[in-house]
Write a protein that binds this ligand. Sequence first.
Ligand code: HEC
Ligand code: HEC
Length: 262
Amino acid sequence: MSFSHVIGFVALLSAGLAQAADPPAPPPPARAIPESATQPPLPPSIPPNSRLEETTNPAQTAAMATPTAKPGDATAGQTKSATCAACHGMDGNPASSQYPKLAGQHESYIARQVEMFKSHKRDSAIMMGFSATLSAQDMNDIGAFFPTKVSLPGVADAKIVARGEALYRGGDKNANVPACMACHGPDGRGNPGAGYPQLAGQYADYVTLKLKDWHDGKTWGDDDRARIMPAVVMGLSDADIAALASYIEGLHAADAGSTAAK
Ligand code: HEC
Ligand code: HEC
């Protein structure tokens, strides 16, 4: 996927969001990126129909992942997530940076990832085991619990944070890298309706691992949403990845409480 394709995708998703009823936190308009004014062609893998717009509706996003389950119940989810605490922390803030923070993450994103681990679409020997016995209802309940917790922000490395911030906020046109904040938001809260996860405060070690995986061609999932990040990271160098990861770990969601909605 070329840069213009990614930008076209951003524009398309933003357009979809604009039409969705009452989106929780619309991402900055794609015109933050200069090229978006010219209407680039859609990538062949993404047909120009309404499917992308449909995925911007939170209710439908949840329904897609868990066709028969009810919306998550945070109290039930707290009980069900007891086994997860050993690695991810009781409140979703793990003690070790090799495990991702789940605190403040969106319900639909958590349920989606757990479902992908269970169906082996996202590769992790550890998570495959811990998701194997979870039902769709369990995934929604656990997904509803972690957004009630607040992600504890870390501290960025002062030596590389400037490059990280520049990439996060403005991308790198010459390297075909779009601005991360176009989707993940200026404060890293993401957008649950569109399926853009919260990044604010996430451990740099984990973010580095994921960005490198995508950069090296390791992907997860097989739908349109899962195809975005492998294209985004293509032009990043190792130094860029380290700078971005450090900036993200130090990023504070302006109002983490408002991610608790989903
Ligand atoms: C033994 C440690 C361990 C336990 C226990 C564990 N996890 Fe994980 N989890 C991991 C690791 C490691 C990853 C990162 C996998 C990767 O991407 O390589 C992960 C990733 C995840 C992710 C993806 C996060 C993201 O930001 O994309 C979710 C969601 C998740 N785990 C949920 C759970 C749930 C729910 C449970 C309990 C049912 C659980 N985990 C139990 C180690 C664990
Ligand atoms: C066009 C929108 C878009 C842009 C631009 C974008 N992302 Fe993403 N990002 C996504 C989506 C969608 C996902 C979740 C994919 C899924 O659910 O399969 C994601 C997931 C991630 C994750 C995994 C989070 C987790 O908890 O595991 C990281 C890390 C990430 N993005 C970092 C970045 C960085 C760094 C940039 C800028 C260089 C960026 N993203 C630009 C849409 C975007």
